[in-house]
Ligand binder design. Structure first.
Ligand code: NDP
Length: 241
């Protein structure tokens, strides 16, 4: 029987590519989103992948949402924590709201989601938790104290949880993408893209969402059973750790 995979923020951007790649690899996929109903409907029409709406920063919503997915599709055996936002500002102008929104979504979202699938994974002695961090959580980034703190937190979360999951057959890994060609990138001015960002990427181009998706499919597979607690960088050589 096909395993069920749940991808947060799985209806557009990198998450949509992950949802599609997991479906192609034979998983039953549930994709969640926050509020963009139109995009989610179009995604389901295009792919046949079911979408579910809730806010990953809300613990009770995650609990209820996961219960709904499991009722409809069976236990979640692969969780991909992909949902993320940016609220950039130089620190002296960053508001408490910008700080909190990013931490609540990009870091606490991992707790809220993972905590609600963890008991089932422990019971069944199998699970894959794969989270999407960022190069900016590894190296920091101007005007992203909130985002960098959350994304660095995702890596620490992964390393700690990997130790707890190991004996229960659960692997916990994180992917740190560099600059990926998605809507998130469209806010960057062309001059900055051509004169600052692209010259800093040794392979000379942005990454594609499908390239991150293929990393997820590998980490979810039986073949990756000995890999846990690791940070897989996918950044075109931009930052080497
Ligand atoms: P997008 O902005 O294209 O998509 C974000 C997705 O997350 C959407 O489906 C959105 O739902 C969902 N989402 C946002 N907030 C919440 C929330 N509170 N609860 C539930 N779902 C939510 O993002 P990307 O595809 O660009 O990024 C995906 C992940 O990859 C993020 O974690 C990002 O930080 C990370 N990343 C991205 C990079 C890039 O270059 N793009 C580089 C490195 C890391 P809705 O459609 O309803 O808004």
């Amino acid at each position: 029987m096909a395993r069920t995979a749940l991808v947060t923020g799985g209806s557009r951007g990198i998450g949509a590519a992950i949802s599609k790649a997991l479906k192609e690899a034979g998983y039953d996929v549930a994709a969640t989103y926050a509020g963009n109903d139109e995009k989610a409907r179009a995604f389901t029409d295009e792919t046949g992948i079911r979408t579910f709406k809730w806010d990953v920063s809300d613990y009770e919503a995650c609990k209820a949402g996961i219960a709904e997915v499991e009722e409809a599709m069976g236990p979640v055996e692969v969780l991909v924590n992909n949902a993320g936002i940016t609220r950039d500002a130089p620190f002296h102008r960053m508001t408490p709201q910008q700080w909190t929104e990013v931490i609540d979504t990009n870091l606490s979202g991992l707790f809220n989601m993972t905590h609600n699938v963890w008991p089932g994974m422990r019971e069944r002695k199998f699970g894959r938790v794969i989270s999407i961090s960022s190069i900016n959580g590894q190296k920091g980034q101007f005007a992203q104290a909130n985002y960098a703190a959350a994304k660095a937190g995702d890596i620490g979360f992964t390393k700690a949880l990997a130790q707890e999951g190991a004996r229960a057959g659960i692997t916990v890994n994180v992917i740190a993408p560099g600059y990926i060609n998605t809507e998130m990138m469209s806010t960057i001015p062309e001059k900055v893209m051509n004169e600052v960002i692209l010259p800093a990427i040794p392979v000379g181009r942005l990454g594609e969402a499908e390239e991150v998706a293929r990393c997820v499919v590998f980490l979810a597979s039986e073949d990756a059973g000995f890999i846990t607690g690791s940070t897989l960088t996918a950044n075109g050589g931009q930052y080497l750790v």
